[in-house]
Write a protein that binds this ligand. Structure first.
Ligand code: PHE
Length: 452
């Protein structure tokens, strides 16, 4: 890495490269790490799920992230434009369309949960959280909050307006700078909370649940969930990172950027597990609680720590911002498509698509209250949308991207792009093997294992 020195251009370079890594990390680190990872790990047996998840990150996530970065920088376009440019007149462009659809679907429910975090910021600031002395009380509060239609809609609206507001103004100023402070603070905060959790009475049960794998819990659908979560958490398979990398200068080292983003994202998720599970067991809750897990356990832990009031405020603000930086990348990917392909103005794209996504998100928002009993294949609307996007569209998009680069556009072309600015791609052979064979076959087998 170039370090800043008094030479203006060098400093500029460094800033750009850090800015990109932070923006990509901002997209990756979000509710997926802090909210979703703990609750689906809890529902899917703990340690064994974590291992499968890590395996998916290593053999599928890592190589595909590098691939998306490469496509983005090479073409400088949104996903639809990118596949059109690299393979004109072929059906490969479908990958781009699927990505836009996935972005639409994910943002619709993401904004609902983002709204919950905003509500919790207010709850923390007004001191209401100090009454959450047991997870039962905290859980009841959460349960009645997410089933309260006006409140849920209010915060869903607020979150979507924030997201649209930022994307309208363009994302290159404030957010990147904010990430600079946000990301390190988030890490410090999580470390602090981890220490508190680990020192609670009975915490070791949670550590055991989290770290010792019980493989009897693993089946086809658990593996599919782990893989879906790997894609979701890394923001992969929908072209979001293609869009972000399209703004990159040629001297960016794509391989090290990939490694940083993956390590950072995975590190935050793993750390979050170490915060949650010791606390879950210490306060006598079930790890299988579901989406409410983080929202009922953490406030209880806050009441049991010094300066808990301040910590709770800072924590939920960080969580809301982390959610926002991911939501922005989702909105940006959808908007960029309409801007580039239909010639819409940014304003129109953001307003029209933002409003449509918002409306589509309403039934997800009501899935814990008014519409809780409306089930499709035993799942609520919220779960159906999440499931289709995260567990099917993203892995499918990733698999097709890998096949596209591995067998159509060619790893040689990709290799050249990766090495464009005198960087040596040291793991070229390993990456080639992963992208041609391992990643696509792994995703295919996981689908197969799930369906049959
Ligand atoms: N990676 C984000 C998270 O973990 C969610 C996301 C998925 C963002 C796909 C962009 C694209 O919260």
């Amino acid at each position: 890495m170039k370090t800043g020195n008094s030479n203006g251009s060098n400093r500029g370079l460094w800033a750009t490269r850090l800015g990109f890594i932070l923006a990509a990390s901002g997209s990756a680190v979000g509710l997926g790490n802090v909210w979703k990872f703990p609750y689906i790990t809890g529902q899917n047996g703990g340690g064994a799920f974590v291992l499968v998840y890590l395996l998916c990150i290593a053999v599928v996530g890592l190589p595909i992230m590098l691939t998306e970065f490469t496509i983005g920088r090479r073409t400088g376009l949104n996903p639809v434009g990118a596949f059109r440019a690299l393979a004109p007149g072929t059906p490969w462009v479908v990958i781009g369309f699927m990505g836009v659809l996935a972005g639409f679907l994910i943002l619709s429910f993401y904004s609902v949960v983002g709204g919950w975090t905003l509500a919790y910021v207010i709850k923390a600031v007004t001191g209401g959280m100090s009454t959450f002395t047991s997870p039962q009380i905290a859980g009841e509060f959460f349960g009645s909050f997410i089933s309260d239609t006006p409140q849920v809609l209010l915060f869903h609206t607020a979150f979507m307006i924030l997201t649209m507001g930022i994307v309208l103004r363009g994302i290159h100023g404030g957010i990147e700078k904010a990430c600079d402070i946000l990301m390190p603070t988030l890490v410090v905060m999580l470390l602090l909370l981890m220490v508190r959790s680990l020192t609670l009475d009975g915490a070791m049960e949670g550590v055991k649940f989290y770290l010792s794998p019980d493989f009897s819990k693993i089946d086809g659908s658990v593996i599919l969930m782990a893989m879906g979560q790997a894609f979701f958490s890394l923001s992969l398979g929908m072209g979001c990172l293609i869009t972000y990398a399209s703004y990159l200068p040629p001297e960016e080292n794509l391989t090290s950027a990939t490694v940083y983003v993956v390590l950072f994202d995975t590190g935050i998720a793993l750390l979050m597990g170490m915060v949650i599970f010791p606390a879950v067991f210490a306060v006598g809750m079930e790890p299988t609680e579901g989406p409410s897990l983080v929202f009922s356990v953490l406030p209880t832990v806050f009441t049991q720590m010094p300066f808990g009031f301040v910590v709770s405020i800072v924590f939920f603000i960080l969580l809301a911002i982390a959610a926002l930086t991911s939501a922005i990348s989702l909105m940006e990917a959808v908007a960029a498509f309409f801007i580039d392909q239909f010639g819409w103005e940014r304003k129109k794209a953001v307003w029209v698509m933002g409003a449509t996504i918002y409306l589509f998100g309403i039934p997800s928002g009501l899935s814990f209250g008014l519409l809780a009993d409306v089930k499709f294949f035993d799942k609520t609307f919220f779960d159906v949308v999440d499931n289709i996007a995260s567990n099917y569209l993203l892995p499918l998009g990733g698999m097709l991207t890998a096949i596209f680069v591995g067998w159509w556009w060619g790893t040689d072309n990709a290799h050249k792009e990766i090495e464009r600015h005198e960087t040596t791609f040291r793991w070229a052979k390993a990456w080639e093997f992963l992208i041609k064979f391992v990643s696509p076959i792994a995703v295919f087998l996981v689908f197969l294992g799930h369906f049959f």
